[in-house]
Design a binder for this molecule. Sequence first.
Ligand code: AP5
Length: 223
Amino acid sequence: MRLVFLGPPGAGKGTVAALLDDRLRVMHLSSGDMLREAVRRGDPLGQEANQYMKAGTLVPDQLVTGLVLRHLEGVEPRESFVLDGFPRTVEQAQASDEALAGRGQAPIDRAINFEIAPKTVVERLVGRRICQRCGIIYHVTRIPPRRASFCDRCGGPLKARTDDKPETILKRLAVYHEQTEPLLAFYRAQGKLRVLSGEYPIQEQYETLMDLLKKEQLVSDAG
Ligand code: AP5
């Protein structure tokens, strides 16, 4: 099963992808995480990408596509994965389709678009906290840790993301509408687009996705 998760910032793409990884061993590949890791390492790609990420705009296609396709090189030809945050433009989608086909890899099966209202976007991102040690995503009120500011799994400190400031969130949302929404038509034309509300509480959100994947015979009833 090879999925692309689409939807505005804060739609829950990373949270749901992490659950699929934990529960079904579907590899979670996040372009945002790859870029943040490059920024932490301070390598030239990270330094260049950081300016765009801080501004809430898209990192240029040639930088991101190269980075994600290098990660895909290590994936077995039929291994299941979720691409979270990539592709973000039609050019990125075309490049990944070509790369998978060119390497004899199984193609993308479905693109799932998680729809949420703008006010949910802001509420979720302002309250998001991420474990600095293991990367688990929390929300201060919706998905809170047992002990405030510390990770349930590893005890690491929780922090807000630097681009989760209200003005950057609004910029990211505008960029999503302008540059990423055209991708919906791209996947619709391939018959691969499926749309889910992203407004359910997290467990229900996961179950709604599982029901869809079972109906589409991408996951067995036992899964
Ligand atoms: P990226 O890291 O991809 O960020 P994003 O798309 O803005 O998405 P988010 O991570 O903000 O949201 P999410 O949908 O994953 O939500 P989450 O699950 O965390 O990109 C960051 C930047 O990198 C971009 O701005 C760009 O500069 C660059 N970039 C990345 N990829 C690129 C590409 N392909 N091309 C060019 N540039 C690129 O959930 C959010 C919050 O809500 C959390 O607190 C969570 O706990 C909570 N929550 C989640 N689900 C629920 C639920 N069902 N109910 C209640 N709360 C929930």
